[in-house]
Design a binder for this molecule. Sequence first.
Ligand SMILES: [Zn+2]
Length: 227
Amino acid sequence: MFVGHYSVAFAAKSEKNKIPLWVLFIAVQFVDYIWATLVLLGIEKLRVIKGFTAGSMLDSYFHPYSHSLVAAMVWSAVAGLVYKIIFSGHGCLYIKHAALIVGVAVFSHWILDLIAHPRDLAIYDNKWKVGFGLWNYRDPEFALEIALLLGGIMLYLARNVMPAIRRTAVIAFGIALVVVQVGDTYVPRTPLTDKATVMGVWIFYTLFVVAAFFLEKIGKRRQISSR
Ligand SMILES: [Zn+2]
């Protein structure tokens, strides 16, 4: 699962919880940030094999600290707590609710990975591996990613008031994410090394975070001055 994860970020943001979209973009990929970092450090293991599954080249044969069910639960709690500490200037009830949403957004990563991954997600440590393996079916997996993303963006547009220019930018960003997914799923390429692959993960995910940050700035000054 790739851009489909961002559907949760878009869907989770509301006028009420006011969680910045860029924070939610980190949250939904938090587990993968841990994974990419641990692969870079040589602690978790990855093989990149052409045609490993129809929709992905990643053979994640050892990633218990980022992608086991228990680890995902721990990371979700950690992320919720970090959010609470950093954004604690907003009043107690509000921040509790928002921290919970951030935690759930982090955990959503594991649930969506469970659908796409072949049986490589451990329940605990490196044991009892699960995964429904939708990545074995390229077109349905792609369709699910896009359907999720579109649904998330539609919810975001419905639940958040914004100037027309930002609305247009959100749609353009959505299209860009679809193009990235088309490239990832359908454009043939030679497999990179494990380290280069996770460096790419870091770079791309962070570019999307930066894009999400600026997205919510678009038209902001005009919005304030028109009040
Ligand atoms: Zn993942």
